[in-house]
Design a protein around this ligand. Structure first.
Ligand code: MN
Ligand code: MN
Length: 455
């Protein structure tokens, strides 16, 4: 159904299923606040359902259920279909990194009997949104001997949280004259983390006490920050939003809402003709570069291994497999916000409640940098969504010439496969707490299953 409010379809048992699925999703984003945590959760879920590591199997045949990970930060989950791989596979792609603050390599300093940690923001954050909020640390510290210490502090009710302080309004007259981009600057985003001195110490007594505590509690020394990846994220769980609980307020919907629904679609779909793949990727928020970004060769290497283990590999067969594959590159869309109506062109905006959003193109100005999906592919998708009773809409990213943006779609398009941008509309995108509609989460999940079964 095109551009209709999807809530009208749901009542009774169907509505219960919709809310139930969203409870699972809320649990996922409440626990998984880093790319590593998303991958670990996905591996655990896949294993429970009988999925095996592609690296550990010697042959691949129809009906097999496989997963494979890349440096703990990407995962591909495959359900092998009946059809020859050369005829292409159906791929659901999404990213699992979200905007955040990273702890610097040399972060610890003391000032006026406070100890602070220096951070460097990751992705496009609005800096003034990150002050005076309870924050948690998620990540890893790797010791020189290779031991990996997993760190999650600030989520349990008994845990402490951290904060970036802000100036009181009584003394903020000068600050309030600054532009939004400058009112809080990158180097001002330092965390206040402790304030008790180590007795008898003359210099840096508070810092020394913190380091002693970190060592006793977590076996971490100051130099260990050099080999750490510690991400500062909003503390606490995702919550129901609104008196009718129709929405979810939480951190990291961009793009874990598409990642979770894509992953669940591949895990839950039954009897597939074509092989289905959920590809969850890192580094989208900083340009999809590096060994764990979508531009990495890793995905192509995985497809080569899959083809080789299916027993009939040639370079030409691999290339044909890629060319014949089809993909929904899923990322959140800018939901139409009535408080900021002028940022949108109302006829071509994504609305919360109207279901899975397709962006034929994204980009900025004259569609610069976009993957422009073909009219033929768009027609195929309309047919499948309509035949499977999936509410969908089409949208652009805001008003022309206002800004713009991109996703991983063009990168996958460059590989030579057929791809379109899809996803769930979000309000307050990139803010510490973002908003999605539960009905869109569920329609996306249903739309992804319809795609992998019918395309
Ligand atoms: Mn995104
Ligand atoms: Mn983003």
């Amino acid at each position: 159904m095109y551009s209709k409010n999807a809530w009208n379809k749901y009542s009774g048992k169907k509505l219960e299923n919709l809310f139930g699925f969203n409870e699972d999703y809320k649990n996922f984003i409440s626990k998984c606040k880093t790319e590593r945590e998303c991958v670990a959760y996905s591996v655990e879920l896949a294993k429970k359902l009988g999925y095996q590591d592609l690296k550990e199997v010697t042959s691949v045949k129809a009906g097999d259920k496989l997963y494979v990970t890349n440096r703990g930060k990407n995962i591909c989950i495959f359900q092998i279909g009946e059809d020859d791989l050369e005829n292409g596979i159906n791929i659901l792609g999404a990213h699992i990194d979200s905007p955040r603050l990273d702890i610097k390599q040399n972060p610890v300093y003391e000032k006026n009997d406070f100890v602070l940690l220096d951070t460097h923001y990751y992705g496009g954050i609005v800096k003034y949104q990150w002050v005076a909020l309870p924050l948690a640390i998620h990540g890893v510290v790797v010791k020189k001997d290779g031991e990996v210490i997993n760190v999650v502090i600030g989520e349990d009710d008994k845990d402490p949280v951290l904060v970036i302080t802000d100036l009181l309004p009584h003394l903020a007259q000068e600050k309030m004259q600054k532009s939004g981009a400058k009112v809080i600057e990158g180097e001002d985003l330092d965390l206040t983390v402790s304030s008790i001195p180590l007795s008898d110490e003359e210099k840096d007594a508070c810092k020394k006490n913190l380091l002693k505590l970190l060592n006793e509690k977590y076996n971490i020394e100051e130099e260990d920050f050099l080999s750490s990846e510690l991400e500062i994220v909003p503390a606490g769980k995702a919550r129901d939003l609104g008196f009718d609980a129709s929405m979810v307020l939480g951190y990291g919907h961009d793009d874990r809402v598409c990642a979770y629904t894509s992953m669940r679609a591949v895990l839950d779909a039954k009897m597939l003709k074509k092989t289905a793949c959920a590809f969850l990727v890192d580094k989208e928020e900083v340009g999809s570069i590096g060994a764990t970004g979508a531009q990495s060769k890793w995905f192509e290497n995985v497809l080569a291994e899959l083809l080789a283990k299916s027993g009939n590999f040639s370079d030409l067969r691999l290339r044909k497999m890629i060319e014949n594959s089809k993909m929904l590159s899923s990322d959140v869309s800018a939901g139409y916000d009535p408080l900021y109506a002028s940022a949108f062109e109302a006829k071509n905006a994504a609305y919360l409640g109207k279901g899975l959003t397709f962006n034929k193109y994204t980009g900025s100005r004259g569609k610069s940098g976009c993957n422009d999906a073909s009219a033929e592919f768009m027609a195929e998708i309309r047919k499948v969504m309509d035949e499977n009773d999936v509410n969908f809409q089409t949208a652009e990213l805001g008003r022309i010439d206002l800004g713009g943006g991109g996703t991983i779609a063009y990168i996958m398009g460059n590989m030579g496969l057929t791809v379109i941008d899809a996803g769930v509309p979000v309000l307050s995108m990139h803010a510490p707490n973002e908003v999605v509609s539960k009905v869109d989460v569920f329609e996306a999940y249903k739309g992804y299953i319809a795609f992998i079964k019918n395309i």
